[in-house]
Design a protein around this ligand. Structure first.
Ligand code: DX5
Ligand code: ZN
Length: 230
């Protein structure tokens, strides 16, 4: 199980310090939300920030592009040290060339789906990706409430993964706190992005440990149930 604090919830005046805080908390990945003020109504930070943070940590950099024109950003983020780059399925016919481009840059490939978009839209790409990001809020801002209606999408993504014996991770992002993380683990998620849910805790290390323990226990229960039903 992967725990990925989102830097969007960090102190924007102290990115380096908060990156270290995430690393010391025992998290596996650092989730980096890139917003262009067009695909979503907010602007965050760009490749220069990622490049500056790269030498500060060994954390895996999980770059989530909420951008209308990711094609112009893939190379800069790969060069800045992204380990995985995710683009949105809402970009339609541009998705296939984007996935190929990400792969050709030597980084892992992610595909994200927004809450109102049908999970069927990602189906044609499942064999080409390392990670499927099921958004559990409408992207754009941290600190929003988890949308329960996204849970069946996670279940469907998990069922397809089993049926087709594919290796992609299922990541959830938005409103992930202890309880909602457990609900997502029960549905089949294995990678948990949490911004305010982790950064706003006084003891981030204890929070990461608790989230990991809760989702691991739930994942084991879920795996047993699935095995029984087969
Ligand atoms: C939402 C971003 C999320 C955000 C999550 O647009 O994609 O990664 O940082 O923040 P929380 O965990 O506070 O909902
Ligand atoms: Zn994100």
């Amino acid at each position: 199980m992967i725990i990925a604090p989102s830097l969007l919830a960090a102190d924007f005046g102290r990115f380096a310090k908060d990156t270290l805080r995430a690393e010391r908390s025992g998290a596996d990945w650092l989730h980096l939300d890139i917003m262009d003020g067009h695909f979503v109504p907010n602007i965050s930070f760009g490749p220069a920030v990622v490049l500056a943070l790269r030498p500060q940590t060994r954390l895996f950099f999980d770059v989530h592009l909420m951008c209308s024109r990711p094609e112009i950003l893939l190379e800069p983020f790969a060069k800045a040290g992204a380990d995985l780059i995710t683009v949105h399925v809402e970009l339609g016919e541009r998705v296939t060339p984007l996935l190929w481009k990400i792969k050709s840059l030597g980084t892992q490939v992610g595909l994200a789906v927004n809450p109102p978009t049908s999970i069927a839209s990602v189906r044609p790409y499942l064999g080409q990706i390392d990670l499927l990001l099921v958004m559990t809020v409408n992207p754009g801002f941290g600190g929003q409430a988890f949308i329960e209606e996204t849970l069946p999408k996670i279940q469907q993504a998990d069922a397809w993964r089993r049926e087709q014996e594919l290796p992609y991770r299922i990541e959830v992002d938005g409103g992930i706190k202890f309880e909602t993380a457990v609900e997502c683990a029960r549905a089949g998620a294995d990678t948990f992005v949490s911004g305010t849910g982790l950064f706003n805790q006084r003891n981030m290390k204890a929070a990461v440990r608790k989230m990991r323990r809760l989702v691991t226990e739930e994942h084991r229960r879920h795996a047993k149930l699935v095995k029984k039903s087969v």
